[in-house]
Design a protein around this ligand. Structure first.
Ligand code: BGC
Length: 248
């Protein structure tokens, strides 16, 4: 089954058709800069543009950087606040005229990594963390996603953890990479004391620099880079949509 996966990020909205039986992108990835403000209407228009340009007419999975319950957006830390309370699924179904599934972006990454990537066949708890504009968390237990965990918003060192350790600090605020990595290490050790995961998967665009910082991130739990790097949202959104289509 092929599903068109879309990942709405802080700087770009990316999409590609995904073979959900293997997790591979079967055509080029398209990217359109995220509109400013990233309010529902312009973002939905951009999603529609991606789908139309791809000539797509099948099911669509959309990953949003927000808590999503039954297609409804509940939070908006790094997108426009006007998303809160929006029934994203219904609006997208209406706009695209196609079946749509909406999922949190880090949950999508968690699904992709657990199904085809770095957390494949790992038993017990795995925390897939995506470092970008914020920090997203995809919690997976014995291969099953525990949705909407939002571990980027736990209070750490007197602030929300994502203020302390999001990759934005390096990418937009010129924080030294090694210094940032030591903060990530502190944050992971904190999560470790609470959840005792078997594995951390380090995701987000910055995961391509993982080799440079791996030695600085000192934890008892193994930390591995995300297999899908920043394609995880696209792949996971497509897989989630396929799962829903199969259940229905
Ligand atoms: C949001 C999460 C999202 C993460 C990564 C956080 O600020 O609250 O829902 O997964 O950023 O985009």
């Amino acid at each position: 089954m092929i599903v068109y996966g879309i990942d709405v990020g802080g700087s770009g909205i990316k999409g590609a058709p995904v073979d959900v039986s293997t997790g591979t992108l079967i055509d080029e990835r398209r990217r359109i800069p995220t509109p400013r403000p990233a309010a529902p209407e312009p973002v939905i228009d951009t999603i529609a543009q991606l789908v139309e340009e791809a000539g797509w007419s099948g099911p669509v999975g959309v990953a949003l950087p927000a808590v999503v319950q039954d297609g409804m957006v509940r939070t908006a830390a790094n997108i426009d606040r006007s998303w809160i309370g929006v029934d994203a699924r219904s609006q997208l179904v209406e706009r695209l005229g196609l079946p749509v599934h909406v999922i949190n972006d880090a949950d999508a990454a968690g699904l992709a990594e657990a199904t085809f990537g770095a957390a494949q066949a790992v038993g017990g708890m795995v925390l897939v963390l995506t470092f970008g504009t914020g920090i997203g968390s995809g919690m997976v237990f014995d291969g099953t996603l525990v949705p909407n965990t939002e571990l980027g918003h736990v209070e750490f060192r007197g602030m929300e953890a994502e203020r302390y350790a999001a990759a934005r600090l390096v990418e937009e605020e010129d924080m030294n990479l090694e210094w940032w990595a030591s903060r990530v290490g502190e944050y992971l050790r904190y999560l470790e004391r609470i959840f005792w995961p078997r594995l951390f998967v380090f995701g987000g665009g910055i995961s391509k620099r993982f080799e440079t910082i791996a030695a600085i991130i000192e934890t008892s739990t193994p930390v591995v880079p995300a297999h899908f790097r920043n394609r995880a949202g696209i792949v996971g959104a497509a897989c989630a949509a396929a799962g829903e289509a199969t259940e229905a």
